[in-house]
Ligand binder design. Structure first.
Ligand code: 5CA
Length: 156
């Protein structure tokens, strides 16, 4: 699928959730949080990493600040199970998008979601818009509302 199609697909799913997505594409890439922050010109803390983990056999989503790393044991404890990072196939199955471009919502079915409190202190944060070269800005409030995320300290 062409990159523009993935962005359009995400933008349409987000609109269904009431979120207007103004995706920006960067030829230099936004595959990692550091890349995305450099492209946007914000601090890495404001980049939303949309990380799929598998707890026992269930996919879950952790929205983690680019400044932090996720502690698998803490995520497991939040869901009363054992957590591991999803593999590439599991990320695509759970989100409909590829690693590096997986957006925080607009998935085939909503994932149980945790949000890193560090993201909530900013006026604006940036998340992937469906491809490894696109991001979009949103408020932390919209991020939490669209994902029904639960705040949890899951940083290592
Ligand atoms: N577009 C950027 C910033 S929004 C982005 O998506 N960053 S991310 O952190 O949310 O997504 C990349 C994450 O995918 C990495 O942190 C890592 O946890 C995971 N990842 C990267 N490569 C692999 C891989 N081969 N297998 C499993 N997970 C991977």
């Amino acid at each position: 699928m062409a990159a523009a199609d993935a962005i359009e697909r995400f933008t349409a799913s987000a609109a269904d959730l009431g979120v207007a997505v103004a995706a920006r594409r960067f030829p230099e890439g936004t595959r990692t949080a550091e890349d995305a922050a450099a492209a946007v010109g914000c601090v890495v803390d404001q980049i939303v990493k949309s990380l799929v983990l598998v707890v026992d056999d269930r996919p879950v989503l952790v929205l983690c600040s680019g400044a932090n790393r996720v502690d698998l044991a803490k995520v497991g404890a939040e869901f009363d199970g054992r957590a591991r990072m999803a593999n590439a196939d599991e990320v695509r199955a759970a989100t409909g998008f590829a690693i590096g471009g997986a957006p925080p919502f607009g998935h085939p079915s909503p994932l149980p979601t945790l949000v890193d409190p560090h993201l909530l202190g900013f006026d604006e944060v940036w998340a992937a818009a469906g491809t490894p070269d696109s991001v979009f800005p949103l408020t932390p409030g919209d991020l939490v509302e669209a994902t029904a995320a639960r705040e949890a300290d899951v940083a290592a």
